[in-house]
Design a binder for this molecule. Structure first.
Ligand SMILES: [Mn+2]
Length: 270
């Protein structure tokens, strides 16, 4: 079954975690074969530097994904790479181009309809979300300080060879409250969009794909490729769509996600 790839204005993909066993590279490759765009924005945690540092795991599928992206770049697709916490080694290279891919810490994306979106990975808000009640009480200066502390803590943990603290693994462990924490994360990120005077925000990090309106701000989360296999596309007219691709074109039926060990592996990769 051959299908012509669909054309989009922009493709947003995050949290592939190449280098972790949970990365669903076969589904992603299939998705990339069927979806072309003028611009592809990689919204962080594309490569799992932390996993690789502990235990090198780089099967052919990981190469195939990288090759596929580089080939698209060669053929004229603009590719922007916004690093996340798992590929933060790239944060030292803002503005750098490699193989036609541009690195940026965060961008403002202007959609075809003129609406503007802040695009970032989202991990800088982890500390805020964890301490939301305390910070609400302490006010603005504490909020800004918390974000700064998050950066320092990440650097210290990196020095000590400790993995980055994982929002989604942590939120999922707080089973009963996990939904609340996801809600808090969304609110905090939407608030950052408001502070930047944009119409919406596009992020990743928490592995929870969704498109919703949060008090007038369009909150869009691209999800991940370790569990949900989701991406966000911008159509030529500027409207966005969330696509779930838990399949390959060969297997026409949608694969249901296994519960158990693999789900746990995905959780840890967050
Ligand atoms: Mn992340």
């Amino acid at each position: 079954m051959t299908m012509e790839p669909k054309q989009f204005r922009t493709l947003f993909i995050s949290d592939i975690h190449l280098g972790s066993k949970a990365a669903k590279t076969d589904f992603l490759l299939d998705f990339l074969r069927h979806h072309e765009a003028e611009t592809i924005v990689l919204v962080g945690d594309i490569v799992d530097g932390w996993r690789l540092k502990r235990n090198w795991y780089w099967p052919q599928g990981c190469n195939d994904v990288v090759q596929k992206l580089l080939r698209k770049a060669r053929k004229g697709t603009r590719i922007i790479y916004i690093p996340g916490n798992h590929d933060e080694f790239l944060r030292s290279f803002p503005g750098v181009h490699f193989g036609g891919i541009e690195v940026a810490e965060r961008i403002i994306h202007e959609a075809a309809d003129g609406r503007r979106y802040l695009v970032l990975h989202g991990d800088e808000f982890d500390v805020v979300v964890r301490n939301i009640r305390l910070l609400a009480y302490l006010g603005d200066w504490a909020y800004d300080a918390a974000i700064a502390i998050n950066v320092v803590l990440a650097a210290v943990r990196r020095r000590l060879n400790l993995p980055y603290w994982s929002f989604s693994a942590w939120a999922k462990l707080q089973v009963k409250q996990a939904v609340n924490f996801i809600g808090e994360f969304q609110k905090v990120v939407a608030e950052e969009a408001r502070r930047n005077h944009v119409d919406g925000v596009i992020c990743g990090h928490i592995h929870h794909a969704v498109m919703e309106d949060i008090e007038g701000i369009a909150y869009i989360n691209t999800g991940d490729w370790v569990e949900s296999c989701t991406a966000v596309v911008e159509h030529m007219d500027g409207h966005f769509e969330l696509i779930s691709w838990q399949k390959t074109s060969e297997s026409a039926t949608v694969t249901t996600l296994p519960k158990g060990p693999q789900a746990v592996a995905g959780m840890q990769a967050a």
